[in-house]
Ligand binder design. Sequence first.
Ligand SMILES: C[S@@+](CC[C@H](N)C(=O)[O-])C[C@H]1O[C@@H](n2cnc3c(N)ncnc32)[C@H](O)[C@@H]1O
Length: 316
Amino acid sequence: MADDSVKSEASAQQEDKNVNNTGCEKPANTNGKATAAGNQGLSKRQKKKLLKHHKWEEERELRKQKRKERKQLRRLQRQNHQEEGEDSQSAKKRPRREVTPSSLRLVLDCSFDDLMLIKDVRKLHKQIQRCYAENRRALHPVQLYLTSLGGQLKQSMDEKDKGWVNWKDINIKTEHYSEVMAKEELVYLTSDSPNVLEELDQKKAYVIGGLVDHNHHKGYTFEKAKELGITHAQLPLSSFVKMNSRKVLAVNHVFEIILAYLEKGSWQEAFFTILPQRKGAVAVNQAGTNTQDKEEEEEEEEEEDSDTAEHTEKMD
Ligand SMILES: C[S@@+](CC[C@H](N)C(=O)[O-])C[C@H]1O[C@@H](n2cnc3c(N)ncnc32)[C@H](O)[C@@H]1O
């Protein structure tokens, strides 16, 4: 018994000598490969380790290849990131469109508060917000005025959009526009005027009625302008576009048409850029008429759009 235990101790030591410090068996021959003969006398555990080691050795090239591929991929990713970064930097550096403010004054006359229900005041509020935002991003922003601010409209602004107090590049007045500007500089824009605006005079102040009335107060601003003895004019819509609805536009559309005209220098382009599709605007040809086809198209559009008379007064 004692002899046996000494023997097994000695063979264990011999086995251990064949195992290197990585836990793997040292190569049993010179070319580094353990021969079947060399494996004889190894314990199961050692054989397993040896096999593992061989597998590890055999897969060395494969691992190397994979490492190379991963490295290449990382390099490519780095390059892409760099290029993207350069792109976004060059986008940042791209010069902004050069903004040249216009000296033209555009007044939103808010003196009709008493004529509107709160739901229409809210619509007007949105239209004013739109005018402000469009002017801020315009190529030729106008000198924007908000006059006669008070009543329900101011309440709506205070409740729904407290940020209005920080609005920039806008003149907000509680006074009526006639107290802020000289009469002879004023032109009231109204669809009921028999005068048709041909071009814009940078020295003038054009007034837009801050009124959402669904045609309940037809001709109201026209009468007011006459009362005050100030010039009035309608946009030259008929000369450039034929529409399938009446020519009373929403405040923000009139405002945006003026901004577009200042940018493009063409009423036709301005109308087509700004007017909503459903207004069914089509170009008037040089003889001032449209083709039969166009009229048929308009009729179809009219049928689809039962709310035509009022829809421009809603925000798009
Ligand atoms: C919804 S409209 C109000 C209509 C109102 N019944 C009135 O008497 O003016 C809002 C404002 O946009 C302007 N506007 C609308 N359509 C116009 C057009 N075709 N030409 C000139 N101004 C227009 C006017 O200043 C008008 O007061």
